[in-house]
Structure formats: structure tokens, C-alpha cells
Design a protein around this ligand. Structure first.
Ligand code: FEO
Length: 170
């Protein structure tokens, strides 16, 4: 059995991961409306990754004999002023998720919950990658986004992203 404070944080994290999927799907829709189908694809794949993260937290709770609480999701629909704005918003969001994972990690350390710490190790590493990818998108847009031909090539490149299920098995 896990401590009730850990169970609450893990349930909250399920909601945050599904919200992330909603947020990225909304960004995909923004780019689809602009005809930037590579960016649309990149964020659609990102939404799939987030749903996979949510499912890992769900499975971890179930494996430890705890009920899952699926709470209401917030409406992610936002207005973006230009093509770069979602990229910056995505980085901010990943930093928020990193902080959330870190706070569960801190609680697990306080509770000497070594099982949860080991489970979270994968997410700590994953968040490093997620932030790096979000920064990479911003850097590339800064370099090429203002040139129509270069943006076309970049958009083509982003079309190649495919969903790979998480390497973590629980
Ligand atoms: Fe599941 Fe993008 O963090």
C-alpha cells in the first residue's frame, strides 16, 4: 500500500498528463488550421505520449491496489498570437509538469517510499527529454521560422515524427 498523500499526488498527475494531451491536441488543431501539417503531426504525437504517461500512472496505482480517480479535465482551448506562441507555451507547460513530478518525488523521499521513487525515475529522465524537445522546437523556429521556404522544410521534417510507446514497463 502507498501513503495516502502519494496516492493523491499520483491521481492528480493522471489528470495533468491527460490535460497535457488535451493541450497538445489543441495546439495540433491550431497548426492544422494554418496548414502547417508537420507541426500538427508533432503535437498529435506529443498528445499520444501524454496519454501513455497517464496510463502508466494509472497502472502503477492499480498495481499497488489503489483506486484510480479520473477527475474532470480543464478546457485547454487557447488563442495563440502567432505560430511561435504554442511552442513557447509548450515549453512552459513541460516545466510545470517537471515541477509536478519533482514534487511527487520529494513527497516519496519524505515518506521513504522507495518503490515510488524507482517508478518516478523514468519520468524524471523523460521530463529532461521533453523540455529539450520543446526548446529544440523554439530554437529551430527562431532560426528558420521567418523564411517561408525554410519553414516549409522544417514543417516537412516534423511530419516524420511517429509515436513510440514508452520504454517503461510496469
Ligand atoms: Fe507527460 Fe510532457 O510530460
Amino acid at each position: 500500500m502507498l501513503d495516502t498523500s502519494i496516492v493523491k499526488l499520483l491521481n492528480d498527475q493522471i489528470n495533468k498528463e491527460f490535460y497535457s494531451a488535451y493541450l497538445y491536441l489543441d495546439m495540433a488543431d491550431f497548426y492544422a488550421a494554418k496548414g502547417l501539417l508537420g507541426y500538427e503531426n508533432w503535437f498529435k504525437v506529443q498528445a499520444q505520449e501524454e496519454m501513455a504517461h497517464a496510463m502508466l500512472f494509472r497502472q502503477y496505482l492499480l498495481n499497488n491496489g489503489h483506486p484510480v480517480e479520473l477527475n474532470a479535465l480543464a478546457n485547454p482551448t487557447k488563442t495563440y498570437k502567432d505560430n511561435k506562441a504554442p511552442l513557447e507555451e509548450a515549453l512552459k507547460h513541460e516545466q510545470f509538469v517537471t515541477a509536478s513530478i519533482n514534487s511527487i518525488y520529494e513527497e516519496a523521499m519524505t515518506r521513504k517510499d522507495y518503490r515510488t521513487l524507482q517508478f518516478l525515475d523514468w519520468f524524471v529522465k523523460e521530463q529532461g527529454e521533453e523540455e529539450m524537445n520543446a526548446e529544440d522546437n523554439i530554437n529551430k523556429y527562431n532560426l528558420f521560422g521567418s523564411d517561408a521556404k525554410a519553414l516549409y522544410m522544417l514543417d516537412q521534417e516534423l511530419k516524420a515524427r511517429v509515436f513510440n510507446p514508452p520504454s517503461l514497463v510496469i
